[in-house]
Design a protein around this ligand. Structure first.
Ligand code: CP
Ligand code: NVA
Length: 301
């Protein structure tokens, strides 16, 4: 039984196999011929933070695979009335085949997984967002082939997405050049683990120069709403705009996990422009996570 709490829970070969299967599943979906590989399987989905993409992709994905997904939040379960997460993990393990969890602290997700006897999937923590990386890497593969040896620029906050990019750079063998304001760096341990697969640029322009893929995310993540004003000041000059894209390689792609703020971390011209693949990236959440569910429920048992 395997959990997916971090990119590092997969080997590079497993990661590649999942995104390749995600591409296959996308083609099946486009031709209205989805295989039913998980009949009667049930996914419990705990969301302690808001979600559009993650919730809908898991729920639609389980239905397409022949199974079912149940949305659970602190507002509509005993979690909101203080039932311990460990007890919830034990109880749900008696009823469902896998559990996805979106929560704040990564440690609490780890504790939850220690008490679960079915696979637990990280649906986003303050530290990591590995499901998004499956979709992003599938999107790169579909457009440009293998990402190993490529140069990826991360511009903005050293947040959960940046940390996940650092883990994936090491795993899949690309270079992540990041530009973050002082005080908004990625997790020090994750950065150290990335070794020579990561480097810090002095400016966003330096990071974008020669990039094959430029990625950014919101400046204030869920749970940081009160810092929003201060962050607008701290991140001045970090917008990905056409001047920034012009520094990258000619065939560079732009990605953003969404939701996005046009006029803050990205200009409307870039996110709605020809180098942006954000809609396919969002759509691939469905296909990559279906491939992940097959991996955890059929192949990694
Ligand atoms: N990118 C992402 O995880 O989106 P949601 O917050 O809408 O799930
Ligand atoms: N960094 C963002 C990602 C949202 C999908 C957040 O944690 O809110």
């Amino acid at each position: 039984m395997r959990h997916f709490l971090s990119e590092n829970d997969l080997t590079a070969d497993e990661f590649r196999a999942i995104i390749q299967r995600g591409s296959e599943l996308r083609k099946q979906w486009e031709s209205h011929s989805c295989e039913v590989t998980l009949p009667q399987r049930v996914l419990g989905m705990i969301f302690e933070k808001s979600s559009t993409r993650t919730r809908v992709s898991f729920e639609a994905g389980m239905t397409q695979l022949g199974g079912h997904a149940i949305y659970l939040s602190p507002d509509n379960t005993q979690l909101g009335r203080g039932e311990p997460q460990a007890d919830t993990a034990r109880v749900l393990s008696q009823m469902v085949d896998a559990i996805s969890v979106r929560t704040f602290s990564h440690e609490s997700l780890e504790r939850f997984s220690e008490n679960a006897t079915v696979p637990v999937i990280n649906a986003l923590t303050d530290l990591l967002h590995p499901c998004q990386l499956l979709a992003d890497m599938q999107t790169y593969l579909d457009h440009r082939g293998d990402i190993s040896g490529k140069r990826v620029a991360w511009i903005g906050d050293g947040n959960n997405m940046c940390n996940s990019y650092l883990n994936t750079a090491r795993l899949l063998g690309f270079h992540l050049c990041f530009a973050c304001p002082d005080g908004y760096e990625p997790d020090a341990q994750i950065l150290a683990n990335a070794g020579n697969h990561a480097s810090r640029a002095a400016t966003p322009a330096e990071a974008c120069t020669g990039a094959d893929l430029i990625v950014t995310d919101v400046w204030a993540s869920m749970g940081q709403e009160e810092e929003q004003k201060a962050r607008l000041v701290a991140f001045e000059g970090y917008e990905i705009n056409t001047e920034m894209m012009a520094l990258a390689n000619e065939d560079a792609l732009f990605m953003h996990c969404l939701p996005a703020h046009r006029g803050e971390e990205v200009s409307a011209e870039v996110i709605d422009g020809s180098q942006s693949v954000v809609w396919e990236e969002a759509g691939n959440r469905l296909h990559a996570q279906k491939a992940l569910l097959e991996f955890l429920l059929l192949h990694a048992q």
